[in-house]
Design a protein around this ligand. Structure first.
Ligand SMILES: [Zn+2]
Length: 586
């Protein structure tokens, strides 16, 4: 059996077990943890409340950084001597300074793509939407689709000037973006609005008949108004799919690069210095590698391969990579899905759903395929990360992992992971720690799912095993936290708040006995998340010799009253000693 803490040093064991007291003694502040400087630091941060997540020096005031590494951590007086004539010095003004957040489960490229879609939910009028589309058109190459989502005529302050049945007509939209096809999906998802260019590409005109189950809205002269109801919207969506399938490789590359740029920007603005991508294609990984090697990947990526067994067999081992581009890219895991989601009754449960008694959800992978993936993971020394939401799915994954671990007694440190580990049978909770399986969970899913969990599972299952952080931690498991962005916003602050309060906005807590402590929540986003990726020697704590990935926050999320946590802003995001985000700068 692999030992959970097999490769950890003694202080890290103490950190995991939580034996160290939170109180900081004066002696801990007394010594800087590095030798005398031979060369001045490039950057010094001082006058902070530096919480290191390193048990050897839990709290300090200042950090000296040379190149991409932390050179010293300690009291102001000790770090002072690292300041030379060319050292940039930042006064932290007492602010909380912590290791950069590691989001253990997000979809990096999808996050970027979600930023390319216009969010129309807050529009107050049709004119607002036309303005947004015009603005998007001015920064988008002609011919490329402009996509938006979330408009709702009932939420506007006034009806559109030109309308049919209260829905806008396309004229203003077509004038704002004459050279771009535009499709804007209604908030309900049951309708879309297209401009003239999009209708032209879809071959829609006055002669086009309504498809079965759909309706093309028309004006008094019989001309399509741009509004397509239900099945009729497929005419526009299929036209979009057709044009996008014929994009040139350069266009595809350009779009991928744009998505990567937007995702990185979003990570940095939220204090995320390492993003663990829960499933990338080889094509995406190839581009990540090029960008990392050129120094153009500002955020660190740790990637799970989202390709089939056949592709992995064909193309490994060259896609296993560790520390490419100054530790900006590591690919050392495979992603699989054991089941679906709770919201759609797709999670695979041991017992039927409370609100759908004839169904227990379902498995989404052939067990032999998953066993084959496990063999590939062993062969190429990759972590296996399996999505499991339902208690049955979690049990089956634990069973498989246990079987594989037994069959390979020589391999001691697997750190295989269950992604989400959302609903657990109480009997399975201790198995995570016993087997050394990491629970890669998303604090914020608990609060956003809270409204329907009891409906789906009933009170007993929800209380005993839904997002069971406390039970897992008490049993000795490692939890890695994250957001599953773009499913949720990639905000460690919101996720931290959910992890420690389990309070959906404006509501009472969701089974508060399962809350994490603030220290545990921070660990799940820093040192434990690093451990879950085999990166604890590089990141996850502010320790001399480690990469200088640091976040400075506007408020002290470890001490302020819980409701204030959500008001916290990221002030600085530093990756490898470079200040890549400053509040007000981006
Ligand atoms: Zn995911």
């Amino acid at each position: 059996m692999p030992s959970l803490r097999g490769s950890m040093t003694v202080p890290e064991v103490l950190l995991v077990v939580g034996l160290l007291p939170m109180t900081i003694t004066v002696t801990m502040l007394a010594t800087a943890r590095a030798a005398e400087p031979r060369r001045a630091a490039d950057l010094v941060l001082r006058n902070g409340r530096v919480v290191t997540m390193d048990p050897a020096c839990r709290e300090a005031q200042a950090i000296a950084i040379r190149g991409d590494r932390i050179a010293a951590v300690g009291p102001n007086a000790e770090v002072q001597r690292w300041i030379g004539p060319r050292t940039r010095v930042i006064d932290l003004r007492g602010r909380l300074t912590i290791p950069g957040f590691i989001d253990s489960h997000a979809h990096f490229v999808e996050l970027g793509r979600s930023k390319q879609i216009l969010d129309l939910t807050t529009a107050r009028s049709y004119e607002d939407i036309v303005l947004m589309v015009g603005e998007a058109a001015s920064r988008t190459p002609a011919g490329r689709w402009i996509v938006g989502r979330g408009w709702h005529q009932e939420k506007w302050d006034r009806p559109p000037q030109s309308n049919v049945e209260g829905y806008p007509t396309h004229d203003a939209l077509s004038r704002a973006a004459p050279d771009h096809p535009v499709v804007l999906t209604h908030g309900t998802g049951h309708m879309c609005l297209a401009n003239a260019k999009a209708m032209q590409l879809a071959g829609v005109d006055a002669q086009t008949k309504d498809p079965p189950g759909g309706k093309i809205l028309r004006d008094a002269r019989g001309q399509p108004t741009g509004v397509f109801r239900e099945e009729a919207a497929g005419l526009i969506y299929r036209a979009k799919a057709r044009t996008e399938a014929s994009r040139s490789p350069q266009q595809k590359r350009q779009e991928l690069d744009e998505a990567i740029r937007l995702a990185a920007q979003e990570c940095l603005a939220n204090g995320v210095t390492t993003c663990c991508d829960a499933g990338a294609s080889f094509e995406e990984i190839e581009r990540f590698r090029q960008l990392a090697e050129q120094g153009e990947l500002p955020v660190r990526l740790w990637v799970m391969i989202g390709e089939s067994n056949a592709e992995i067999e064909k193309r490994m081992p060259q896609y296993r990579m560790v520390g490419v581009g100054g530790n900006h890219l590591t690919v050392r895991a495979i992603k699989r899905f054991m089941d679906g989601a709770l919201g759609t009754h797709g999670a695979w449960m041991l017992q039927p759903y409370s609100d759908l008694p004839n169904s227990s959800g379902m498995r989404t992978i052939d067990p032999d395929d998953l066993r084959r993936t496990a063999e590939l993971a062993i062969r190429y020394d990759l972590q296996l990360c399996v999505h499991a939401i339902g208690d049955r799915a979690n049990r089956e994954v634990l069973n498989l992992f246990e079987e594989v671990f037994r069959a390979h007694p020589q391999k001691r440190d697997f750190r295989w992971r269950i992604e989400h580990a959302q609903h657990l049978h109480p009997d399975d909770i201790p198995r995570f720690a016993q087997l050394g399986v990491i629970a890669s969970m998303q604090g914020v899913h608990a609060t956003s799912d809270a409204p329907f969990v009891v409906k789906r599972l009933g009170v007993r299952r929800a209380r005993e095993g839904a997002y069971a952080w406390r039970s897992l931690l008490d049993a000795g498991a490692i939890i890695a936290n994250g957001t599953d962005a773009p499913v949720e916003r990639i905000s460690p602050i919101e996720c931290f708040y959910a992890s420690v309060t389990r309070r959906p906005r404006g509501k009472g807590p969701f089974f508060a006995h399962q809350c994490m402590s603030r220290d545990e929540a921070l660990r799940s986003y820093t040192i434990d998340a690093a451990y879950a990726a085999f990166e604890e020697a590089l990141i996850g704590s502010l320790t001399p010799g480690k990469l200088a990935d640091i976040v400075v926050l506007s408020r002290d999320i470890l001490t302020i009253p819980a409701p204030e946590i959500l008001k916290t802003k990221v002030v600085y995001t530093i990756v490898g000693g470079q200040v890549l985000y400053e509040a007000g700068s981006g």
